[in-house]
Ligand binder design. Sequence first.
Ligand SMILES: Nc1nc2c(ncn2[C@@H]2O[C@H](COP(=O)(O)OP(=O)(O)OP(=O)(O)O)[C@@H](O)[C@H]2O)c(=O)[nH]1
Ligand SMILES: [Mg+2]
Length: 276
Amino acid sequence: MTKDSPEEEGESRAASGGEGGGGGGKGGPVRRNRADDNVTILTSSMDLHRTSRSRASSGTEAAPSVTSSLEMSIQTRIFKIIVIGDSNVGKTCLTFRFTGGSFPDKTEATIGVDFREKAVELEGETIKVQVWDTAGQERFRKSMVEHYYRNVHAVVFVYDVTKMASFRNLQTWIEECNGHRVSASVPRVLVGNKCDLVDQIQVPSNMALKFADSHNMLLFETSAKDPKESQNVDSIFMSLACRLKAQKSLLYRDVEREDGRVRLTQETQTRSNCPC
Ligand SMILES: Nc1nc2c(ncn2[C@@H]2O[C@H](COP(=O)(O)OP(=O)(O)OP(=O)(O)O)[C@@H](O)[C@H]2O)c(=O)[nH]1
Ligand SMILES: [Mg+2]
């Protein structure tokens, strides 16, 4: 289902793009990273709600309440992560598993985009991971593509391990991503989904790993369906959140009120103490 874009508020608080390189693709065995001990998942939500910042923005009333809302929202950075790939590879199920902790009974082709969000704690900082579950079918995505890539912080490319065509098409998805001026420094990961279908696997791990390495991406082979893989699915998003946190830290130096709206001035600084 297509919903209102949360971009405006995400852009205002999240670190723009990212720096420091993709950082993945170390070679060796397929990464099956487990969530870091320093990571705590606080809450999850299947719908993206308006945040305190945007509510504060609309009012012109008492400054103290605006200030306290801002103080709360300043503490919460948002990382926008988009999930891209062929239709039917399991993008909706993977994002559902991460944000909701379960496998959906039934899914329909995503139209436009579904937003899902989860608050996590990394080294004492609460961060909102905002997942954009995009449509794989061209007819359901063409009017949205610009929005997908705008101010994105990380990209998850998904293929179905039981469908070679979905793996071959990754090149096209990467080209689309590059064509939308997504910086090479924005972290990207590769996910082979549906590993529970062991008898039907068409894409060998070594082939996927080679591809991931050549594009400087980490590879995760997992299953949105298998509950035992739940932590591995979490690791996909948590590893990106860790890297983004390590790359940038936002400082809000100034709060101005302009024409009845609150405007935040932001500054970034590099950090290098990611626990992952
Ligand atoms: N066996 C198995 N089936 C899965 C898995 N993940 C998703 N599926 C199934 O694959 C089908 C497609 O899943 P979706 O998550 O809707 O696929 P999508 O990539 O979001 O598709 P679009 O929205 O059209 O782009 C559904 O029937 C899911 O039940 C998995 O890990 N294992
Ligand atoms: Mg979908």
